[in-house]
Ligand binder design. Structure first.
Ligand SMILES: [Zn+2]
Length: 256
């Protein structure tokens, strides 16, 4: 994961924002009246071109690019229709509903069309064995539009919020694995399955493919930024470069 600047979408997104705000007002009103909330997929999907540009066509969680035949999802950081604390459907969050009855948390429906809650994610991180509806926190859970999100203290990393995502992870830079160095880092790996075998191999292969050119660039006084944000798995490449720096120069020299 790398940090992504959370800047207001430009004027070309004004119509979209107005529509998103209008629909949000409608679902909040419906929810207050006890009318079941109906979300419109088309609204958040329309934001995809902006997200692709912002996230450099990479998954917000694993930094993977398009896999042949698939595309990236517009993902809700705070789940829109249900909330669980782990992969088990039995971990659905319960809240106190009307009459003191325990009911399922309705999800953060009021953020369904909020651009600040929308990320770009690959299906592997987002679906099946990935995040789905997981959103564990260590603070106080927001249950309705008036509740503070600042009190939640999420355990899932958000590239908009994390100024230095790398502080939560470590890696040997050899085998493609990443390790959690904080509770949040460990939990994020678990939620999005960030050490799945296919991803581990992809990171390892990307490093093997790029390592000589990265090291040569470094020693030839190349660009200031040897690993750029648009590179797939750039966090891993950066860490692997640092970890392997002492061992690699001789190899790089011998191969030229
Ligand atoms: Zn991913």
């Amino acid at each position: 994961m790398i940090h992504i600047q959370q800047t207001e979408p430009g004027t070309e997104w004004e119509d979209w924002k107005q529509k998103a705000d209008k629909e949000t007002r409608q679902i909040v009103e419906d929810a207050e009246k006890g009318i079941p909330v109906k979300l419109k997929t088309g609204i958040w999907k329309k934001l995809k071109p902006l997200l692709e540009k912002r996230f450099k066509k990479k998954c917000a969680y694993c930094e993977g690019k398009y896999i042949a035949g698939t595309s990236l999802d517009v993902e809700h950081y705070r789940p829109k229709a249900k909330v669980t604390t782990n992969k088990s459907p039995n971990s659905t969050i319960k809240i106190t509903g009307p009459g003191g009855k325990k009911i399922d948390h309705p999800g953060y429906y009021w953020l369904a069309y909020n651009w600040k809650n929308l990320l770009l994610s690959c299906p592997k991180c987002n679906r099946e064995n990935g995040k789905m509806n997981q959103f564990p926190i260590k603070g106080k859970r927001a249950c309705c539009p008036g509740d503070s999100l600042n009190d939640e203290e999420p355990l899932l990393m958000n590239p908009y919020e994390e100024k230095i995502p790398g502080q939560h992870f470590s890696t040997t830079g050899v085998d493609g694995y990443i390790k959690g160095e904080t509770r949040k880092g460990t939990k994020t790996i678990e939620i999005c399955d960030l050490n799945r075998e296919s991803l581990r191999i992809s990171r390892q292969e990307e490093w093997n493919k790029r390592k000589l050119s990265l090291v040569l660039n470094l020693f030839q006084g190349g660009d200031d930024k040897i690993v750029t944000d648009d590179m797939e798995y750039s966090y891993y490449l950066k860490e692997a470069l640092l970890k392997n720096l002492e061992a690699l120069p001789q190899e790089a020299i011998n191969r030229t």
